[in-house]
Ligand binder design. Sequence first.
Ligand code: AMP
Ligand code: MG
Length: 324
Amino acid sequence: MILGIESTAHTFGVGLVHNKKILSNVRDMYKTESGGIIPMESAEHHKRVAPEIYKKALEEAKISEDKIKAIAVSNAPGLAPCLHEGVNFAKALAKKLNVPIIPVNHCVAHLEIGRSVGAKDPVLLYASGANTQIIAYAAGKYRVFGETLDLGIGNFIDKVARHFGMGFPGGPEIEKLAKKGKYRELAYSIKGMDVSFSGMQTKLQQLYDKGEKVEDLAFSLQETAFAMLVEAAERALAHTGKKELVLGGGVACNSRLQEMCQIMCKERIEKTKYFCPERPLLVDNAAMIAFTGEIMFNTGISCKPDKVEIKPRERTDQVDVSWR
Ligand code: AMP
Ligand code: MG
C-alpha cells in the first residue's frame, strides 16, 4: 500500500494505491472569493485540513495505518510554503510509521497517471494553473517539447477572470460564459513549440474595459488559447512519432479543450488515441502521486525521511527517470 500526498499549490490531498488500483483519493482545495492564491494562506489551509484529509483517505480505502509501506510526496515543483506543509506532514508520518519516502515530481505524476486509463507511452498536454507543458518520454527523460514562455494557461484564465470581477478559480466561470459568446480575433501567439499568453491577457483586459461583451471575450479566449495548445501538442506527436495523447491539469476539465484535442487526434493520419482521465485524476490530486510513487518504489526508489527536500523550481526534464 502506497500513500500519496499532494500539496504543491491550492490543493491538499491524500490518496492510497495498491497494485495500481486507486483505493482512495481525498482532497480539499483552497479557494478565494476574489483575487488569486496567497501562498502563505494556501499553506495554512493545508496545515489545517491535513489530519482530517488523511483520516478520510484511510477510511475510504478501509485500511489501517500499519498497511502503509511507503509515503509518496509531491516535493516539486510548486509554491514553497505549500510544498513545505506536504513534505513536513509526510516526514512526520513516515517517522511515526517507520516507512520510507518517495519524492515525486508533480508534473511527471500527471503523465504517469495516464497509465491508469490505458496510455503506455503518451504525449502529455499538461494544462494547469501554473504549468503549461507538453511532455513526453525520450532518451531516458521526460522532455519538455513545448511550454509557456510566460504564465500558465490556468493562471492566464484566472487573471483575465479576476479582471472581469470573478473569484478563483476563474476557469469554470469562463467556460460557462463562452457558451454564449461569439468569435472575435485575438493574437495567436505560438513561437516554435512554445506558447505565450501575456499579450492576449492585456488585450482581453483592454477590450473588457472598452465595454466588449464578456461572453465574446470568454469564447474567443478559449478558441485562441486552446488552439495554440492543441497545435503544439500535435507537433510534439508528429515529432516524437508517439500515438497517444493524455490530458492533464485543471484546465483539461474544460470540455471545449477536450473536444479540440479529440478532434485533433481523430483527424491525424497517424491514428492517435486520446486519453482523458476522470476529473478527480485530472486536477491536482494525491492518487496520481501515490500511483507514480508505487511505480518508482517497485523499482527500488525511496529514501529516508530526513533526506527529502522541497524543490520548488525543479523542471520536468531534471528528473532522473530510472524507473522506466
Ligand atoms: P490545477 O493547477 O491543475 O489544479 O488547475 C487549476 C486551474 O484549472 C485553475 O487555473 C482553474 O481556473 C482551471 N480550471 C478548472 N476548471 C476549468 C475549466 N472548466 N475550464 C478552464 N479552466 C479550468
Ligand atoms: Mg497540477
